[in-house]
Write a new protein. Structure first.
Length: 319
């Protein structure tokens, strides 16, 4: 009978994972695996507390090398890179990702949302976000203290709760895998997934100078527009409150908010009824709140020491 091993890591790094991306996060000198939960088949989930000197058991180490044991995780690249940083590189062909299966089936990708969508009896512990913020990221300092890190011994009670949260994550991932076990990803899609991971691991080279200057030009253009509007109206078009107040005073049946889709709808359906000034203000609002050009800043933040940006593709992300 095929044996399975389910795994989840919790880690620390001074960098923000969402801002810099997986690979830059893990190559940073401050990166540190904190704990790892694991479960074989339907056995009770176990926890390894690296911060207290606990080691990965021999049975798990053997399983990581055994091609006959299928390894599971929700977002496998994260676990794979953790093992790589620990000197235990993994063969992706021996792993199955519950996040990829969720993507293939049109189920939300996050562990929490996937559990809700599948109406699992066990759900991801929502308190985990607070514990991750406490132990996995730097805490903001103040005028008398710089940014600082909270260690397990600073709050041992919260640390024990955090360990249970890590265990619970593996329980939820395993439950998702069990719920979706009869929905098998076709071999042809599996091959494409392996190619996708190869592309993501190799990465793409970024023209740093171009990206930085493009972002600067965009900021300069938006500031120029905002300054022009302020000089003409005394309104900061970047401020939603100020903009709405001006709009309600100068436009009949003005919209209640200035979200992008609302403004676009007004410009499309009421363009013949708008005064030149109102039309100008609406168009400026769209320009100064445009976020698409922030991708340039994101590219620079996620660029690694070899000038490459990795993990830019989400397999079945458009499903």
């Amino acid at each position: 009978m095929q044996q399975h091993l389910h795994i989840d890591f919790e880690t620390f790094c001074e960098l923000d994972l969402k801002q810099v991306g997986l690979y830059k996060y893990m190559e940073h000198e401050s990166f540190e695996p904190l704990m790892m939960s694991y479960a074989f088949d339907n056995e009770p989930t176990q926890i390894i507390d690296f911060c207290k000197g606990e080691q990965i058991p021999t049975r798990v180490l053997a399983a990581l090398k055994d091609p006959n044991i299928i390894k599971h995780a929700h977002n496998v690249p994260f676990e794979q890179e953790c093992f790589k940083q620990m000197g235990l590189p993994q063969d992706l062909r021996q792993w199955q990702c519950s996040m990829v299966k969720c993507a293939y089936m049109g189920i939300p990708l996050s562990l929490e949302e996937a559990g809700d969508a599948l109406e699992l009896k066990i759900r991801k512990d929502k308190r985990g976000k607070e514990l991750i913020k406490l132990f996995c990221t730097l805490q903001k300092g103040n005028k008398t203290r710089s940014n600082f890190r909270v260690y397990w011994f600073d709050n041992p009670e919260a640390w024990e709760v955090f360990k249970q949260y890590c265990i619970f994550d593996t329980d939820v991932e395993r439950e998702i895998d069990h719920r979706l076990q009869y929905f098998v990803i076709p071999d042809r899609e599996r091959v494409l997934y392996l190619i996708d991971r190869d592309i993501n691991t190799r990465g793409i080279e970024i023209d740093t100078s171009f990206a930085i200057n493009a972002y600067k030009l965009d900021c300069m253009y938006k500031d120029k527009l905002a300054k022009e509007v302020y000089q003409r109206t005394g309104v900061n078009p970047k401020s939603e409150k100020q903009f709405i107040e001006w709009l309600q005073a100068n436009m009949p049946d003005a919209p209640a908010n200035c979200q992008k889709k609302v403004i676009e709808e007004v410009l499309k359906k009421r363009k013949n009824d708008l005064s030149p000034m109102v039309k100008y203000m609406l168009e400026v609002r769209l320009q100064v709140t445009k976020t698409s050009n922030k991708k340039y800043d994101a590219m620079v933040k996620s660029q690694q020491t070899d000038k490459m940006v990795r993990n830019t593709l989400q397999f079945y992300g458009a499903n």
